[in-house]
Design a protein around this ligand. Structure first.
Ligand SMILES: [Zn+2]
Ligand SMILES: [Zn+2]
Length: 110
């Protein structure tokens, strides 16, 4: 009987641990990318940020779910190909309403 309970507790612990890790990684990525939206300068809420791939490939780097279960090194390598934009600006980029600042190059930090 205690075994089932232990398993449930452990499952809950793991779920929380993963959520905590994701929160931390998201904050790390945002900070790594300069901490603010490249277009409007927004910097209030970490969860409002997306990473937009500069090379125009359709590939998006999902920061909300699966993307954050990768290792930090992989996340960083991916982040180097992206610019940080808030959710609003990111939608506008894809809608063609705004352009990324002229001649933007993905800067490599660190
Ligand atoms: Zn923005
Ligand atoms: Zn995008």
């Amino acid at each position: 009987m205690p075994e089932k309970r232990t398993y449930a507790d452990r499952a809950e612990y793991l779920t929380k641990a993963v959520a905590k890790r994701r929160r931390k990684l998201k904050a790390m990525v945002v900070e790594y990318k300069g901490g603010k939206c490249i277009l409007c300068g927004y910097k209030r809420c970490v969860w409002a940020f997306d990473l937009h791939h500069v090379d125009g490939a359709n590939k998006e780097f999902g920061l909300s779910t699966r993307g954050l279960t990768r290792s930090w090194e992989k996340i960083k390598a991916e982040a180097d190909k992206c610019v940080l934009a808030c959710a609003n600006c990111h939608r506008e980029i894809h809608a063609g309403i705004v352009q990324l600042p002229g001649g933007i190059q993905v800067e490599k930090r660190g």
